[in-house]
Design a protein around this ligand. Sequence first.
Ligand code: FMN
Length: 451
Amino acid sequence: MSGRQLHLNVNILHAGFSPAAWRMDGVDPYAAFTVEHYVQVAKIAERAKLDAVFLADQAAISDRIDYRPITSLEPTIVLATVAAATERIGLIATASTSFNEPYNIARRFATLDHVSGGRIGWNIVTTADPASARNFGLTGAIDHGRRYERAAEFTEIVKALWDSWEDDAFVGDVASGRFVDAAKVHPIEHKGTHFSVHGPHNVPRSPQGHPVVVQAGGSDDGKELATRHAEAVFSASQSFEEALGYARELKARAVAYGRSGGVPLNLAGLATIIGGTEAEAERRQEELWDRIPLDYSLTRLSGVLGIDRERLKLDEKLPDVIPLPPNGGHTFFKATLALARSNDFTVRQLIRALNGSTGHRTIVGTPEQIADDIEKWFLAGAADGFNLMPDVLPTGLEVFVDTVVPILRRRGLFRSEYEGRTLRDHLGLARPESRFAIRPRKAPGLLGSTH
Ligand SMILES: Cc1cc2nc3c(=O)[nH]c(=O)nc-3n(C[C@H](O)[C@H](O)[C@@H](O)COP(=O)(O)O)c2cc1C
């Protein structure tokens, strides 16, 4: 294939995006806690030549564990196992910049890049969730601006550490006894507002140079971070117009920042409920809906909107004024509110439109209808690809790859074979050069350093 390519990524949201997924026929309710589940989904994605699988993360029970599975197993460890069981599929793990240290993250992802043969991506999140904050010595969510400021510095350090070994630093000359050319291994000597990291990294430069840097969070602060650092973003827009506006702004900001090549790629969240006919898809949606407790959905909605649950009256509209929660997530807040206001929904109708879940857009329809929608968004530039969230895993993904992907192929939109081996190859992203190789410093390398 040549020209712009559609990218398809699968969000392995435990048993599926629907809160009722774990209760559907044939699903193991415990699947989210077993690594076999993630391996199985990744193999289906690889069979269909999708770009990557992705794991979100939270270091807390931040959902109603009494009602549905949660984000639980640590993503980088799960994906190391998935890497061993697959060959080509990309693997993207979330790691929060608020509750980690840059050196650990640089090391963990570079190691995974070596282990997987260059298939790893890091999804940068800042974590709005107060439950996570309470597990790290805090009483509530960190201030929005401050956590993004920390994220920017954090990411800069991680990338500098990944650069700290030049590509040809390793010598391995048995005859001369020279193992590494130490002049090509550089300290980074970072002293900033949040961190002080001397470096260099203790992991040699990995196959991709940098694991692919992805970012999730579409507030102004989030867009700023993406503009500077991300090669792809996970976005959440409920409407085509909203998505187009977001995509155009993101690309324009990146160009103004001096970046080119269409980055960051915009991977829009897309939840799917598929049926052979429209009626069948709607029946499946009903079947899921019947199994979602309203109590769960109301708690979830009040969390996203940052208002007390008691203020949500099922058969009334949302309160007229709902202020942006100061330290909460902006993207899902705005997408959810826009969905409610533009359709004049009652709370019950809103929860229904969200299929009881997050602020991600859901399509309920036939494979043709879903392919049409994907094509429309892709060709108009509202998305460069999609972060797919099948209703139930693995069955919803199996249906997607067996029915929607062939249509996308027939229309010349999606690859039939992988053209490369790394996640960068799949996403069409260039391999970055080490900043130290591009701009050699006057200071000597590791051995000669006085620091
Ligand atoms: C699509 C999307 C996915 C996200 N995934 C995670 C996640 O897995 N873990 C996490 O801690 N935060 C996640 N976040 C939260 C963001 O990192 C951020 O903390 C929150 O404020 C939302 O970003 P925004 O305010 O820029 O919209 C996600 C946000 C979005 C929009």
